[in-house]
Design a protein around this ligand. Structure first.
Ligand code: NAP
Length: 235
Protein backbone atom coordinates (compact mmCIF):
# COMPACT_ATOMS: atom_id res chain seq x y z
CA UNK A 1 0.00 0.00 0.00
CA UNK A 2 1.34 3.44 -0.94
CA UNK A 3 1.88 6.02 1.79
CA UNK A 4 -0.61 8.88 2.12
CA UNK A 5 0.06 12.57 2.73
CA UNK A 6 -2.64 15.15 3.56
CA UNK A 7 -1.81 18.80 2.88
CA UNK A 8 -4.41 21.48 3.59
CA UNK A 9 -4.46 24.35 1.09
CA UNK A 10 -2.48 22.52 -1.60
CA UNK A 11 -3.85 24.01 -4.81
CA UNK A 12 -0.95 26.47 -5.05
CA UNK A 13 2.04 27.95 -3.24
CA UNK A 14 3.94 26.05 -0.55
CA UNK A 15 1.23 23.39 -0.18
CA UNK A 16 1.30 22.58 -3.89
CA UNK A 17 5.09 22.21 -3.87
CA UNK A 18 4.88 19.80 -0.91
CA UNK A 19 2.27 17.70 -2.73
CA UNK A 20 4.42 17.56 -5.85
CA UNK A 21 7.54 16.55 -3.89
CA UNK A 22 5.80 13.70 -2.07
CA UNK A 23 3.85 12.56 -5.16
CA UNK A 24 7.16 12.36 -7.00
CA UNK A 25 8.36 10.00 -4.26
CA UNK A 26 5.34 7.71 -4.62
CA UNK A 27 2.95 9.05 -1.99
CA UNK A 28 -0.79 9.25 -2.65
CA UNK A 29 -1.97 12.78 -1.84
CA UNK A 30 -5.05 14.47 -0.41
CA UNK A 31 -5.67 18.18 -0.39
CA UNK A 32 -8.37 20.82 -0.05
CA UNK A 33 -8.91 24.46 -1.00
CA UNK A 34 -11.85 26.79 -1.63
CA UNK A 35 -11.44 27.16 -5.40
CA UNK A 36 -12.94 24.09 -7.06
CA UNK A 37 -11.59 24.86 -10.53
CA UNK A 38 -8.03 24.96 -9.23
CA UNK A 39 -8.57 21.63 -7.45
CA UNK A 40 -9.84 20.06 -10.68
CA UNK A 41 -6.76 21.44 -12.50
CA UNK A 42 -4.53 19.91 -9.83
CA UNK A 43 -6.12 16.47 -10.23
CA UNK A 44 -5.66 16.70 -13.97
CA UNK A 45 -2.03 17.76 -13.87
CA UNK A 46 -1.16 15.15 -11.19
CA UNK A 47 -2.74 12.39 -13.32
CA UNK A 48 -0.38 13.42 -16.09
CA UNK A 49 2.77 14.05 -14.05
CA UNK A 50 2.37 11.23 -11.50
CA UNK A 51 0.31 8.47 -13.19
CA UNK A 52 1.19 5.86 -10.56
CA UNK A 53 -0.28 7.67 -7.56
CA UNK A 54 -3.77 8.74 -6.52
CA UNK A 55 -4.59 12.42 -5.90
CA UNK A 56 -7.77 13.20 -3.97
CA UNK A 57 -9.16 16.73 -3.65
CA UNK A 58 -11.96 18.17 -1.55
CA UNK A 59 -13.51 21.64 -1.65
CA UNK A 60 -13.53 23.18 1.81
CA UNK A 61 -13.19 26.54 3.45
CA UNK A 62 -10.89 25.61 6.32
CA UNK A 63 -11.94 28.73 8.26
CA UNK A 64 -15.24 26.95 8.88
CA UNK A 65 -15.20 24.25 11.53
CA UNK A 66 -17.97 22.20 9.90
CA UNK A 67 -16.12 22.21 6.57
CA UNK A 68 -12.90 21.09 8.27
CA UNK A 69 -14.83 18.25 9.85
CA UNK A 70 -16.31 17.31 6.46
CA UNK A 71 -12.78 17.23 5.02
CA UNK A 72 -11.42 14.97 7.76
CA UNK A 73 -14.51 12.73 7.47
CA UNK A 74 -13.78 12.43 3.73
CA UNK A 75 -10.24 11.29 4.57
CA UNK A 76 -11.45 8.82 7.20
CA UNK A 77 -13.83 7.48 4.54
CA UNK A 78 -10.85 6.48 2.40
CA UNK A 79 -10.29 3.75 5.00
CA UNK A 80 -6.53 4.30 5.10
CA UNK A 81 -3.95 5.36 7.60
CA UNK A 82 -2.37 8.79 7.13
CA UNK A 83 1.43 8.93 7.13
CA UNK A 84 1.97 12.70 6.91
CA UNK A 85 -0.29 15.67 7.69
CA UNK A 86 0.77 19.19 6.73
CA UNK A 87 -1.36 21.93 8.26
CA UNK A 88 -0.63 24.55 5.64
CA UNK A 89 -3.87 26.38 4.69
CA UNK A 90 -3.76 29.97 5.81
CA UNK A 91 -3.22 33.52 4.74
CA UNK A 92 -1.80 36.86 5.81
CA UNK A 93 -3.80 39.98 6.62
CA UNK A 94 -1.45 42.90 7.34
CA UNK A 95 -2.30 45.23 10.19
CA UNK A 96 -1.52 46.47 13.66
CA UNK A 97 -3.35 45.23 16.73
CA UNK A 98 -4.79 48.62 17.69
CA UNK A 99 -5.78 49.87 14.24
CA UNK A 100 -6.59 46.81 12.11
CA UNK A 101 -10.33 46.35 11.38
CA UNK A 102 -12.29 44.66 14.15
CA UNK A 103 -12.69 41.00 13.30
CA UNK A 104 -9.16 40.62 11.91
CA UNK A 105 -8.06 38.50 14.86
CA UNK A 106 -11.11 36.23 14.47
CA UNK A 107 -10.41 35.79 10.73
CA UNK A 108 -6.75 34.99 11.32
CA UNK A 109 -7.41 32.57 14.17
CA UNK A 110 -10.14 30.79 12.19
CA UNK A 111 -8.05 30.41 9.03
CA UNK A 112 -4.60 29.86 10.49
CA UNK A 113 -5.14 28.17 13.86
CA UNK A 114 -8.58 26.57 14.22
CA UNK A 115 -8.21 25.05 10.74
CA UNK A 116 -5.07 23.24 11.92
CA UNK A 117 -6.52 22.41 15.33
CA UNK A 118 -9.63 20.69 13.94
CA UNK A 119 -7.76 19.01 11.09
CA UNK A 120 -5.31 17.56 13.60
CA UNK A 121 -8.13 16.30 15.82
CA UNK A 122 -9.65 14.57 12.80
CA UNK A 123 -6.46 13.04 11.38
CA UNK A 124 -4.30 12.05 14.37
CA UNK A 125 -6.68 9.20 15.37
CA UNK A 126 -5.99 7.69 11.92
CA UNK A 127 -2.24 7.89 12.64
CA UNK A 128 -2.61 6.41 16.12
CA UNK A 129 -4.01 3.21 14.61
CA UNK A 130 -0.54 2.61 13.13
CA UNK A 131 1.48 4.10 15.98
CA UNK A 132 3.28 6.27 13.42
CA UNK A 133 2.85 9.51 11.54
CA UNK A 134 4.25 12.99 11.12
CA UNK A 135 2.43 16.29 11.59
CA UNK A 136 3.99 19.42 10.09
CA UNK A 137 2.52 22.77 11.10
CA UNK A 138 3.37 25.57 8.71
CA UNK A 139 3.99 28.38 11.14
CA UNK A 140 6.13 31.38 10.12
CA UNK A 141 9.06 33.54 11.11
CA UNK A 142 6.14 35.56 12.52
CA UNK A 143 5.80 32.73 15.10
CA UNK A 144 9.05 33.77 16.75
CA UNK A 145 9.56 37.43 15.87
CA UNK A 146 7.29 40.46 16.06
CA UNK A 147 7.45 42.84 13.10
CA UNK A 148 5.63 45.91 11.81
CA UNK A 149 2.21 45.11 10.33
CA UNK A 150 2.28 41.58 11.74
CA UNK A 151 -0.79 42.21 13.93
CA UNK A 152 -3.26 39.35 14.26
CA UNK A 153 -1.43 37.21 11.70
CA UNK A 154 1.55 37.06 14.06
CA UNK A 155 -0.74 36.25 17.01
CA UNK A 156 -2.21 33.31 15.07
CA UNK A 157 1.24 32.04 14.07
CA UNK A 158 2.67 32.35 17.61
CA UNK A 159 -0.32 30.26 18.73
CA UNK A 160 0.38 27.67 16.05
CA UNK A 161 3.92 27.26 17.35
CA UNK A 162 2.48 26.79 20.83
CA UNK A 163 0.06 24.19 19.51
CA UNK A 164 2.96 22.36 17.85
CA UNK A 165 4.89 22.15 21.12
CA UNK A 166 1.85 20.83 23.03
CA UNK A 167 1.03 18.31 20.34
CA UNK A 168 4.61 16.97 20.21
CA UNK A 169 4.51 16.29 23.92
CA UNK A 170 1.10 14.62 23.67
CA UNK A 171 2.01 12.37 20.75
CA UNK A 172 5.61 11.37 21.45
CA UNK A 173 4.67 8.01 22.99
CA UNK A 174 2.43 7.19 20.02
CA UNK A 175 5.33 7.27 17.56
CA UNK A 176 3.90 10.40 15.94
CA UNK A 177 6.37 13.19 15.22
CA UNK A 178 5.45 16.89 15.21
CA UNK A 179 7.49 19.52 13.40
CA UNK A 180 6.88 23.28 13.41
CA UNK A 181 8.07 24.85 10.16
CA UNK A 182 8.87 28.55 10.32
CA UNK A 183 9.58 29.93 6.88
CA UNK A 184 10.55 33.48 6.08
CA UNK A 185 9.56 35.14 2.81
CA UNK A 186 8.77 32.52 0.18
CA UNK A 187 7.75 33.52 -3.34
CA UNK A 188 4.00 32.80 -3.64
CA UNK A 189 0.96 34.87 -4.55
CA UNK A 190 1.11 36.45 -1.06
CA UNK A 191 4.05 38.46 -2.40
CA UNK A 192 2.59 39.28 -5.83
CA UNK A 193 2.48 43.01 -5.07
CA UNK A 194 6.13 43.16 -4.04
CA UNK A 195 8.63 44.61 -6.49
CA UNK A 196 11.61 43.02 -4.75
CA UNK A 197 13.75 40.74 -6.94
CA UNK A 198 13.11 36.98 -6.83
CA UNK A 199 16.52 36.50 -5.17
CA UNK A 200 15.14 38.05 -1.96
CA UNK A 201 12.69 35.15 -1.58
CA UNK A 202 12.98 31.45 -0.92
CA UNK A 203 11.47 29.06 -3.41
CA UNK A 204 8.48 26.87 -2.60
CA UNK A 205 10.57 23.88 -3.73
CA UNK A 206 13.12 24.54 -0.97
CA UNK A 207 10.40 24.44 1.69
CA UNK A 208 9.04 21.19 0.22
CA UNK A 209 12.51 19.62 0.10
CA UNK A 210 13.14 20.53 3.75
CA UNK A 211 9.88 18.94 4.85
CA UNK A 212 10.51 15.82 2.79
CA UNK A 213 13.96 15.41 4.35
CA UNK A 214 12.67 15.88 7.92
CA UNK A 215 10.06 13.18 7.27
CA UNK A 216 12.62 10.82 5.78
CA UNK A 217 14.64 10.53 9.02
CA UNK A 218 14.30 7.35 11.03
CA UNK A 219 11.44 7.23 13.56
CA UNK A 220 14.02 7.57 16.33
CA UNK A 221 14.50 11.26 15.56
CA UNK A 222 12.17 14.23 15.33
CA UNK A 223 13.12 17.58 13.81
CA UNK A 224 11.18 19.70 16.27
CA UNK A 225 11.46 23.10 14.63
CA UNK A 226 12.67 24.34 11.27
CA UNK A 227 13.61 28.00 10.89
CA UNK A 228 14.33 28.77 7.26
CA UNK A 229 14.96 32.22 5.86
CA UNK A 230 16.05 33.80 2.59
CA UNK A 231 19.85 33.79 2.41
CA UNK A 232 19.78 37.62 2.43
CA UNK A 233 17.56 37.69 5.55
CA UNK A 234 14.02 38.77 6.37
CA UNK A 235 12.15 41.23 4.20
N1 NAP B 1 4.70 32.73 1.43
C1 NAP B 1 5.35 33.10 2.54
O1 NAP B 1 6.25 33.98 2.51
C2 NAP B 1 5.04 32.42 3.85
C3 NAP B 1 5.93 32.60 4.91
C4 NAP B 1 5.66 31.99 6.12
C5 NAP B 1 4.54 31.21 6.28
N2 NAP B 1 3.69 31.06 5.22
C6 NAP B 1 2.51 30.22 5.45
O2 NAP B 1 2.49 29.18 4.49
C7 NAP B 1 1.15 28.78 4.26
C8 NAP B 1 0.89 28.75 2.74
O3 NAP B 1 1.11 30.07 2.26
P1 NAP B 1 1.39 30.37 0.70
O4 NAP B 1 2.25 31.57 0.67
O5 NAP B 1 1.80 29.14 0.00
O6 NAP B 1 -0.08 30.82 0.24
P2 NAP B 1 -0.83 30.75 -1.19
O7 NAP B 1 0.13 30.67 -2.32
O8 NAP B 1 -1.81 31.86 -1.13
O9 NAP B 1 -1.61 29.35 -1.10
C9 NAP B 1 -2.53 29.14 -0.06
C10 NAP B 1 -3.24 27.84 -0.29
O10 NAP B 1 -4.14 27.64 0.81
C11 NAP B 1 -5.49 27.64 0.32
N3 NAP B 1 -6.32 28.33 1.31
C12 NAP B 1 -6.19 29.59 1.77
N4 NAP B 1 -7.17 29.86 2.64
C13 NAP B 1 -7.93 28.73 2.73
C14 NAP B 1 -9.10 28.38 3.42
N5 NAP B 1 -9.72 29.26 4.24
N6 NAP B 1 -9.62 27.14 3.27
C15 NAP B 1 -9.01 26.24 2.44
N7 NAP B 1 -7.91 26.52 1.74
C16 NAP B 1 -7.37 27.76 1.89
C17 NAP B 1 -5.44 28.34 -1.03
O11 NAP B 1 -6.48 27.92 -1.92
P3 NAP B 1 -7.89 28.75 -2.01
O12 NAP B 1 -7.55 30.19 -2.06
O13 NAP B 1 -8.57 28.22 -3.26
O14 NAP B 1 -8.67 28.37 -0.78
C18 NAP B 1 -4.08 27.84 -1.55
O15 NAP B 1 -4.18 26.52 -2.02
C19 NAP B 1 0.27 29.74 5.04
O16 NAP B 1 -0.11 29.14 6.26
C20 NAP B 1 1.19 30.92 5.26
O17 NAP B 1 0.83 31.66 6.41
C21 NAP B 1 3.91 31.63 4.01
Amino acid sequence: MRKLIVVTGGSKGIGRAILEKFAGQGFDVVTCARNETELADLEKSFRKAFPDIQAYTFKADMSEKLQVKAFTAFIAGLGRSVDVLVNNAGYFLPGEIVTEPEGTLESMINANLYSAYYTTRGIVPLMRQNKSGHVFNICSIASIKAYANGGSYAISKFAMLGMSKCLREELKNDGIRVTAVMPGATKTRSWEASDLPDERFMTIEDIAETIYTANALSPRSVVEEIIIRPQLGDI
